[in-house]
Design a protein around this ligand. Structure first.
Ligand code: CUK
Ligand code: CUA
Length: 651
């Protein structure tokens, strides 16, 4: 208690300068009493001070985290770890009206064209758009591992604008990652299947199944992926895992790790080894080294084939033209992460207690020298000793690596439940390529993410450990436990890394997250003009405008042009006939910040969120006769409950 008291005394003396003796004394006594009552240690008090945000104070960083099986993206402020927003991407999100208007329904249904309506996604890796290798705060991309889709979120309004379905893969894992100027969004498939989408017996796995990586061309002006300018590369049927783009010296190259070089095909039910054994027998798998610039030149020169209407660079072409190389990587590895200077590619061992740092220069030299080693598909294999710069003995179950501004790498250790800090090639002042310290986390950490950690200039300061298990961390809420996101202070060099905060995440399993400086984000507070369509990011020509509210019948179709303002809809009474098609345009004509209205139409499964200026259109067939009340579902004023109307459907 002495130390605690001395910290508090120290604090009080700082306060004394501004507030005077009497108040400082009260603080000391009260704070010491609280600390003693709650059994807080010195480091507890420091952690509390470092994360506490007084009401009205804003966070320094914003973390975009995948929402896992919820199909969403989570927005979290740092260092307070306050949840700021949940963005609907692959799943309907009624709070945002995401998936209830016509445009959003269309986006959400992307990929549902084979007769099954997709209503969820498994988001794994968010990627902030970059300019010259730095996050620019304009766009966010996120993959859906379950269905091989990529979502595009516009950070002017934090809403999903596009979902593209991969036409030559049915699941993905190596996405989303961006190249340093966001020219390309990378999406690597995971489990190999016949890319044509047709049936092939698993006995013909080696010949008829393929691996895949897709490069989606991003058009920044349009804020959309350009489907027709995108292409995929066929890969051998190993299971490609995680990817990263080169930067600075390695710009133009892409790296993918892989598992299952055994090409094991399972069959536990027939007495064979399960995948977990069969797919991890080899001492080495293959780091895929891809010359993306060259691949895209070949595609531009017409060397791609067409599979399912999509450009695919055949494996033979990549092999013959020097687009694809392999380097051995131990053993069933996981993450691949390029250092901020672009010079090293760090692969975490997973089943090997090491991280391996490959030198980009050595890779180039080895490619120039040539190799006679090949895999069964004719892909050149560079010799391990030719391309490796260093191997760091890191600990058990290494998965993912991040970087800071002090020359350290950080690697998550799943089996040890710890984050290791280790020195890169020397700028930290420590002996190069050695572990400096480890901090325990609770428990089973997957990804970690550092402030601006994937850029050419990371910030250091904070690191978040995204833990899979939260046993004994929180009040029991039943057998499905929350995840645990732990904030670590990594601002000090050497052995000090303090866990500051545990944030329970009661929303699926966040895999990866990226942290951007808050001042790089510049979203709108209200939409720029009244009648704004968030999908087109322009005034909608069919929007309902103030003064033009009306109901018009055109045969069996009834068009409604409605405005919403505190605290009324106009019009309020709508009469249609059973069987009519109702096309309902509604615009929130408020211009004040946070003056949101909702439009909930029970029985027809509609709920919109209308932000100031926003216009939405939705439609339905009025196939249920009766009297229905619609109402504003956002508490917008004292007379919010009066913001309602009647939809009357007569026989
Ligand atoms: S993965 Cu989850 S811990 Cu899908 Cu990036 Cu490694
Ligand atoms: Cu508008 Cu409540």
């Amino acid at each position: 208690m002495k130390v605690v008291r001395s910290i508090i005394l120290g604090l009080a003396s700082i306060l004394l300068l501004s507030t005077g003796l009497a108040q400082a004394q009260i603080l000391t006594d009260e704070a010491a009493a609280v600390a003693s009552e709650r059994g807080l240690s010195e480091s507890d008090i420091l952690a509390a001070l470092k994360t506490y945000m007084p009401s009205g104070e804003l966070d320094d960083y914003v973390m975009f985290s995948s929402g896992g099986q919820s199909g969403q993206v989570l927005v979290i402020g740092l260092p307070s770890m306050r949840l700021l927003k949940v963005i609907g991407v692959f799943s309907p999100e009624s709070w945002q009206g995401w998936g209830y208007g016509t445009d959003a329904q269309e986006i959400l249904a992307s990929g549902s064209d084979n007769g099954v309506e997709l209503t969820w996604g498994d988001t794994h890796h968010p990627a902030l758009s970059e300019t010259a290798g730095d996050y620019d705060g304009q766009y966010l991309f996120i993959n859906d591992k379950a269905n091989a889709r990529v979502g595009v979120i516009d950070l002017r309004d934090f809403e999903t604008k596009q979902i593209v379905k991969n036409p030559v893969a049915n699941n993905d894992h190596g996405g989303a990652y961006v190249t340093p100027d966001t020219e390309w969004v990378i999406e690597g498939a995971q489990y190999s299947v016949p890319t044509s989408g047709t049936y092939a017996s698993i006995d013909e796995y080696n010949e008829e199944y393929q691996g895949m990586v897709t490069f989606w061309k991003f058009n920044r002006e349009q804020g959309r992926i350009d489907y027709d300018a995108s292409f995929a590369m066929e890969l051998p049927p190993y299971w490609q895992d995680i990817a990263d783009a080169g930067k600075l010296v390695s710009d133009g190259w892409v790296f993918l790790n892989s598992i299952n070089s055994e090409r094991y095909t399972g069959g536990f039910e027939e007495g064979k080894s399960p995948f977990e054994v069969g797919a991890s027998q080899n001492e080495f798998d293959y780091l895929h080294i891809i010359n993306l610039d060259k691949a895209s030149e070949l595609v531009a020169a017409g060397r791609a084939e067409t599979v399912n209407g999509f450009k695919v660079l055949p494996l033979e072409t990549s092999a013959a033209e020097g687009v694809l190389f392999f380097a051995p990587e131990p053993k069933s590895p996981h993450g691949v992460d390029v250092t901020p200077d672009g010079k090293f590619i760090v692969v975490a061992g997973k089943l090997s207690p090491t991280v391996t740092a490959y030198s980009f220069q050595k890779i180039q030299d080895a490619i120039a020298k040539g190799t006679s080693e090949q895999d069964p598909y004719g892909i050149p294999i560079l010799a391990f000793e030719d391309v490796v710069e260093a191997q760091v003995e890191i600990g058990l179950g290494p998965l993912h690596t991040q970087f800071d501004n002090q020359g350290y790498g950080y690697t998550s250790l799943f089996l040890e439940s710890a984050v290791a800090r280790w020195s890169l090639d020397g700028s930290s002042g420590e002996e190069p390529w050695t572990v400096v310290t480890k901090t325990p986390v609770n428990y089973n950490v997957g990804h970690i993410t550092a402030a601006e950690g994937d850029t050419v200039s990371p910030d250091g300061n904070y690191l978040v450990s995204l833990n899979k298990w939260s046993v004994d961390r929180f009040v029991n809420v039943g057998p499905l436990l929350p995840q645990d996101l732990q904030l670590l202070d990594i601002s000090k060099s050497g052995e000090q890394m303090q866990v500051l905060y545990d944030m329970p995440m009661g929303l699926a399993e966040p895999h990866y997250a990226q942290i951007i400086k808050a001042d790089k984000l510049n979203p709108w507070q209200v939409y720029p003009e009244t009648g704004w369509n968030p999908t087109t990011q322009a005034v909608d020509p069919i929007a309902a405008m103030p003064g033009e509210e009306r109901i018009e019948r055109d045969g069996d179709t009834v068009h409604i042009w409605m405005t919403a303002v505190r605290s009324r809809f106009n019009p309020e009474r709508i009469e249609v006939k059973k069987g009519d098609r109702v096309v309902w345009h509604v615009t929130n004509i408020e211009r004040a910040v946070d003056n949101v209205h909702g439009l909930a139409l029970p029985d027809y499964n509609i709920n919109l969120s209308l932000e100031p200026g926003e216009a939405q259109t939705f439609e339905f067939i009025a196939d249920k006769e009766g009297v229905f009340t619609y109402y504003c579902s956002e508490f917008c004023s004292a007379l919010h409950l009066e913001m309602a109307g009647y939809l009357m459907v007569s026989p």
